[in-house]
Design a protein around this ligand. Structure first.
Ligand SMILES: Cc1cc2nc3c(=O)[nH]c(=O)nc-3n(C[C@H](O)[C@H](O)[C@H](O)COP(=O)(O)OP(=O)(O)OC[C@H]3O[C@@H](n4cnc5c(N)ncnc54)[C@H](O)[C@@H]3O)c2cc1C
Length: 618
C-alpha cells in the first residue's frame, strides 16, 4: 500500500540524529525503553495509519456525520467503527502516560511522531481520540479518586470518549464570558444549564458514553474568568458497577455543516433543558479556566501537529503526483532536441513549489518534535534545567500552533497548485486536505490569540527569560555551524535574522513600557510569523550542520558527477543531499524574506490603528 503520510527517514533523522531521543532511555523514567522499542512502536503506528486510517479519510469526508433530530443522536461515518476498535485495542491513547493510569510511559517526542502519522491518516478520527486523552489528563491531574475510577480509566483506554466544552455563542475567543450555569445540589453534585456550541465529537455513536469537560459559572460567582469552574458532565450517568446508566440531561440539538473535517461532528449541546443535568466539580471552584488551560496547552501542541501532519501528507502526495503527471517538454533539453513531454516534477517551477513545501514541512517537523522533546526534558530534569525546558515549551507552543497551521493552509494550497485542475477536484486528496486544515488556525485559540499570548505572556510577563534561553540555544547552533567552512554563510544569515529579532523584541518591550500597548497588539501576529521563520532557520541550520558532514562522508564531495551517480545509487546519499539543499534553500532564500518582515515590524502601525470602521468599505 502506498505510504504518502509522513517521510519515515526524516522522522528518524529528527528523532535520532538531531534530538538523540534514545539517550532519554538513560534516565530512570524511560529506562524500560530502548531505541529498538521506539522503532517497533513507530513501525506499528505507520502500519496502522497506512492500512486502517488513510484508506477511510476520503470516504469519511464524503459520508460525513448525520444528525437525527428525533433522537438527538449523531452517527459518525460508518467506516470509523472498525479502525477505532483496532486503535483502542492497540492502547495508543495513553502511550505516553504512566503505567499507574494504564499507560505505557513512552516519551512525548515519540508520541508526537506517532500523532503525526495518525493525524496524517485520519485527522478527524484521531482528533476525537486526542480530545479524549486531554479529558482523561484533566481528571488525572485535578480529579479525586472517585472521578479517576469512574471516568479517567475508561477515557485513557478509549472505551469512552471525551470532549472539551468551552465555546458559547457569546463566548468564543473571549472564553471568560461563558454563561453556562452550575447550581450546587444537596448531594454535592451540580445542576448544569446552558448551551455550548461547536463541540468537536460532542455527539456520536462510536462509544457508549461521552464525558464532557464543561466550563460553567457557579451561581453567585464573579463574572469574568475568575468565576469559572470546570465540571465533568457525562452523557450517561455511571452505575455503581462502572457501567453507563441513566441518560443525563445533555442533548445534542444539531451539528454544523462545514467546510471540512466532515468526519468529526461539531455539535451544539444543550445542558439541563429539563432541569436534570448532573455535573461533578473537577478541581477547585473558580479555578476552572486555569485548569482547562492544562488541556488547552496539550491541545495547542496537538493542533500544531495536526497542521504539520496535513502539510506532510499534502507534500508527499504532491511529490507522487508530479512524478507521474506527464506534461510539457523539458526546458533543460538542448534547443531543437526537446523531444517528448516529461513528468512535471522536472519543470523548475514545479520543483520550486515542491522544495518550498519540503522546507516548511521538515522545518515544522523539527520544531514540533523539539518542543515535545523539551516537555520530556521537564520530566527527567530538575532545578534550573527543568525551568529552562519548561520556559522553552511555554514560549514555543503558541509558535508551533500558529506557525504550523498557517503554513498548512499555504502548503495545501501549493499542493493543489502542483496538481493543477486535478488538484482542485476530489479525485485526489489535495482539496480535502485544504478544507480540513483551515480549522487548525481557528480552534484552540485562533492564531491571532496565539500571537497575543506569545507577546504579552510568553515574552513580556516572563521578562524575556525563556526568550533569552531560546536565543542562547540558537547562538550555540550558529557557533557550531561556523566550524564547517562550507556552511558559514548560512550560519551568518541565521545570525543576522536572530540579531534583528532580538532588537525587535527590545523595541516591542520598550513600546509596552511607554504605554503603547495598542501598537504592540497590532504587531503581535507579524511578530509571531518572524519568530517562526527564525525558529525554522535555526532548525534548518542545525540539520545542515549534521547533514553536510554526513554527505561528505558518504560521497566525498557536495556536488558534481560523482555525487549525481551516488544519489542514483544510494538512498542515504539522496536523503542527505536533499537535507543539505533544503536547508540551503530555506536559509539562503526563504528566510531572507524575514528581513522585509522585520522592516515592517519596525515601521509604525499608524494606518492599522487609525483607519475607522467606516473607511473600510463605502
Ligand atoms: C469545527 C470547529 C470545531 C470546534 N471545536 C471546539 C471544541 O471542541 N470545543 C470548544 O469549546 N470550541 C470549539 N470550537 C470553537 C472554536 O474554538 C472557536 O470558534 C474559536 O475559539 C474562535 O471563536 P469564535 O468562532 O467565536 O470567533 P471570534 O472570537 O468571534 O473571533 C473572530 C476573529 O476575531 C479575532 N478576535 C476575537 N477576539 C479578539 C481579540 N480580543 N483581539 C484580537 N482579535 C480577536 C479572532 O482572532 C478571529 O480572527 C470549534 C469551532 C469549530 C469551527
Amino acid at each position: 500500500m502506498l505510504d504518502l503520510l509522513v517521510d519515515e527517514r526524516d522522522q528518524a533523522f529528527v528523532l535520532y540524529e538531531m534530538l538523540k531521543i534514545d539517550k532519554l532511555c538513560d534516565s530512570p523514567l524511560f529506562a524500560q525503553h530502548s531505541k529498538d522499542l521506539f522503532d517497533m512502536v513507530l513501525n506499528e503506528a505507520r502500519k496502522f495509519a497506512v492500512a486502517e486510517l488513510a484508506p477511510i479519510a476520503s470516504e469519511a469526508d464524503r459520508q460525513g456525520c448525520s444528525y437525527d433530530p428525533d433522537k438527538h443522536s449523531v452517527k459518525a461515518p460508518e467506516c470509523y467503527h472498525s479502525p477505532y476498535k483496532i486503535f483502542r485495542e492497540g492502547e495508543w491513547i495513553a502511550m505516553c502516560d504512566s503505567a499507574d493510569v494504564g499507560g505505557q510511559g513512552f516519551p512525548l517526542c515519540l508520541g508526537t511522531a506517532v500523532s503525526e502519522l495518525f493525524y496524517a491518516g485520519s485527522f478527524c478520527l484521531y482528533g476525537a481520540a486526542e480530545l479524549t486523552h486531554g479529558a482523561a489528563k484533566l481528571i488525572e491531574v485535578f480529579g479525586d479518586n472517585g472521578q479517576k475510577e469512574q471516568f479517567m480509566k475508561k477515557l485513557y483506554s478509549g472505551e469512552w470518549m471525551g470532549t472539551m466544552c468551552l465555546t458559547e455563542s457569546n463566548a468564543g475567543s473571549d472564553v471568560g464570558a461563558v454563561k453556562t450555569k452550575a447550581v450546587q445540589n444537596n448531594d454535592g453534585t451540580y445542576s448544569i444549564s446552558g448551551t455550548k456550541i461547536f463541540i468537536s465529537a460532542g455527539e456520536h455513536d462510536l462509544v457508549e458514553n461521552i464525558v464532557h469537560m464543561v466550563l460553567a459559572r457557579v451561581e453567585g460567582d464573579p463574572v469574568g474568568s475568575k468565576g469559572i469552574s470546570l465540571f465533568i458532565v457525562p452523557k450517561n450517568l455511571v452505575n455503581d458497577d462502572g457501567t453507563p446508566g441513566e441518560r443525563n440531561d445533555v442533548f445534542c440539538t444539531g451539528i454544523e455543516h462545514k467546510m471540512g473535517i466532515h468526519g468529526l461532528s461539531t455539535a451544539t449541546l444543550n445542558f439541563g433543558d429539563n432541569g436534570k443535568c448532573t455535573g461533578y466539580l473537577l478541581g477547585k471552584q473558580g479555578r476552572g479556566l486555569m485548569e482547562m488551560f492544562h488541556m488547552m496547552n496539550e491541545q495547542r501542541l496537538l493542533v500544531g501537529i495536526e497542521g504539520l501532519a496535513i502539510s506532510s501528507t499534502a507534500y508527499l502526495n504532491a511529490v507522487e503526483y508530479t512524478k507521474t503527471r506527464i506534461q510539457g517538454a523539458s526546458v533543460s533539453a538542448t534547443p531543437g532536441q526537446e523531444g517528448a513531454s516529461v513528468p512535471i516534477i522536472q519543470h523548475p517551477d514545479v520543483k520550486r513549489m515542491l522544495l518550498w513545501m519540503k522546507a516548511y514541512v521538515e522545518g515544522c517537523r523539527a520544531l514540533t518534535y523539539f518542543t515535545s522533546f523539551c516537555i520530556d526534558n521537564t520530566y527527567i530534569s530538575d532545578g534550573k534545567e527543568k525551568k529552562k525546558s519548561q520556559g522553552l515549551v511555554d514560549l514555543l507552543i503558541p509558535v508551533v500552533k500558529a506557525y504550523n497551521t498557517d503554513r498548512s493552509w499555504e502548503i495545501t494550497g501549493t499542493a493543489i497548485q502542483c496538481a493543477g485542475g486535478y488538484g482542485y477536484c476530489s479525485d485526489y486528496p489535495f482539496e480535502r486536505l485544504a478544507r480540513d486544515c483551515k480549522i487548525t488556525s481557528i480552534f484552540e485559540g485562533t492564531n491571532g490569540i496565539q500571537a497575543m499570548d506569545l507577546v504579552f505572556r510568553k515574552l513580556a510577563r516572563d521578562k524575556l527569560v525563556a526568550f533569552g534561553e531560546l536565543i542562547s540555544r540558537i547562538t550555540k547552533t550558529i557557533e557550531e555551524a561556523k566550524k564547517i567552512e562550507a556552511i558559514v554563510q548560512y550560519a551568518n544569515t541565521v545570525q543576522m535574522v536572530k540579531d534583528q529579532l532580538v532588537e525587535i523584541v527590545g523595541y516591542l518591550m520598550s513600546m509596552l513600557k511607554n504605554g503603547k500597548m495598542v501598537d504592540v497588539y497590532a504587531k503581535a501576529t507579524p511578530f509571531l510569523e518572524v519568530m517562526g521563520d527564525l525558529a525554522l532557520g535555526w532548525m534548518h541550520l542545525w540539520q545542515l550542520s549534521l547533514s553536510y558532514p554526513k554527505l561528505i562522508d558518504l560521497v566525498g564531495v557536495a556536488s558534481g558527477e560523482e555525487l549525481d551517480q551516488m544519489i542514483d545509487e544510494s538512498k542515504e546519499a539522496a536523503f542527505y543531499h536533499g537535507k543539505v539543499l533544503t536547508a540551503r534553500y530555506y536559509i539562503g532564500s526563504v528566510l531572507k524574506r524575514s528581513f522585509g518582515k522585520i522592516e515592517q515590524l519596525r515601521s509604525d502601525e499608524f494606518p492599522v490603528l487609525n483607519i475607522s470602521d467606516a473607511s473600510f468599505a463605502s
